[in-house]
Design a protein around this ligand. Structure first.
Ligand SMILES: [Zn+2]
Ligand SMILES: [Zn+2]
Length: 331
């Protein structure tokens, strides 16, 4: 099994706080709707055609109220939410965006395929945009800064714009050399389609094989795919929006990133966002044992079986810095 070239992304640990542009305030609230529309500049109009799938998933997800509910459907919804949240956090974010651990080329492909099942475009698109966020966090260049552009824009406004639909391959040259990743990035709709079909057939099978579960294909696909995908969108988007607004700031990172336990529980560890902005090369984002980081525990579990290796962690200087800051704060 050949090793995927896991050269870490060159993100230097910060020794000095970044100097950033002063943050400007979001526009004055004339009305909520007008304020939201103002966040779309002329070249950032909503791409209604390109957003059909996004809105369609939300609408069909709402149809779950017509298909009834069962424990089996709710269990599938939760499994598909957390199973794919790991795909976003442990795979798209910590592997493809930051290269914070290594794996084989085969498992890299398996992970990328699972990642595309989330309906959040391909791994190259996702990683390129995320690397841009780290480079320009909360400055004018940052595409989704809630401090500069407002919460709704940072949450989902920008993902609806044609302007941000292309993949900037120059930002992910370490990934574009794998044709299989380029294929998945181009045909990112394949995995969600196969997953939705699989869930539907599984529900239809259960309807006949286990009638006591009171489920069927339609109920299973609406809860297990559409509702869970809708929740997954917003769980993920919370890191672009709320993780730069709510919580506590441990490190001076020159941006607005915060640490939040609630966001970490929703996103399997991504809520330790201020820790992450301080040292993005670490796969683990909680730095203490009580900073629950489910994605890290899963990757650690994978490492026991040799599926992943060279998991990067925070260096001692980061712990010393955190301790120093705490002491200073207590004085
Ligand atoms: Zn951030
Ligand atoms: Zn990151």
């Amino acid at each position: 099994m050949s090793q995927a070239d896991g050269k870490p992304l060159k993100i230097q640990p910060l020794t000095q706080p970044l100097t950033t542009q002063p943050l400007t305030q979001p526009p004055a609230p004339a009305s909520r709707r007008r304020q939201f529309l103002k966040t779309f500049t002329k070249d950032e109009q909503i791409d209604w055609g390109g957003s059909i799938a996004f809105f369609g998933v939300h609408l069909i997800g709402l149809c779950a109220i017509f298909t009834g509910i069962s424990w089996a459907a709710v269990a599938m919804c939760l499994f598909m939410y957390y199973g794919r949240m790991f795909a976003i956090t442990g795979i798209y974010h910590r592997y493809f965006s930051h290269r914070s651990y290594k794996t084989s080329r085969f498992f890299q492909f398996v992970m990328a395929f699972w990642g595309t099942s989330c309906g959040q475009q391909g791994p190259l698109w996702w990683a390129a945009h995320h690397r841009h966020h780290h480079k320009f966090s909360d400055t004018e260049e940052d595409i989704h800064s809630p401090g500069l552009r407002g919460l709704w824009w940072a949450h989902w406004g920008w993902v609806l714009c044609k302007r941000y639909a292309p993949t900037h391959e120059e930002a992910v040259k370490d990934l574009t050399k794998y044709p299989e990743l380029k294929f998945l990035n181009k045909y990112h709709g394949l995995a969600p389609f196969l997953l939705a079909a699989g869930i539907f057939f599984f529900g239809s099978f259960l309807e006949h094989a286990a009638p006591a579960l009171h489920t069927n294909g339609l109920q299973m696909i609406s809860w297990g795919f559409f509702t869970s995908t809708t929740l997954l969108y917003h769980g993920t988007f919370c890191i672009n929006s709320l993780a730069h607004v709510i919580g506590k700031k441990r490190f001076e990172t020159g941006d607005q990133s915060k640490n939040s336990l609630i966001l970490s529980l929703v996103t399997m560890g991504e809520g330790w966002h201020n820790n992450h902005h301080r040292y993005p090369y670490s796969e683990r984002q909680g730095i203490y044992w009580w900073e629950v980081d489910m994605s890290h525990y899963i990757l650690k579990f994978f490492s026991w079986f040799g599926l992943v290796w060279d998991i990067q962690l925070h260096p001692q200087e980061i712990f010393a810095e955190a301790k120093g800051l705490k002491t200073e704060a207590a004085v």
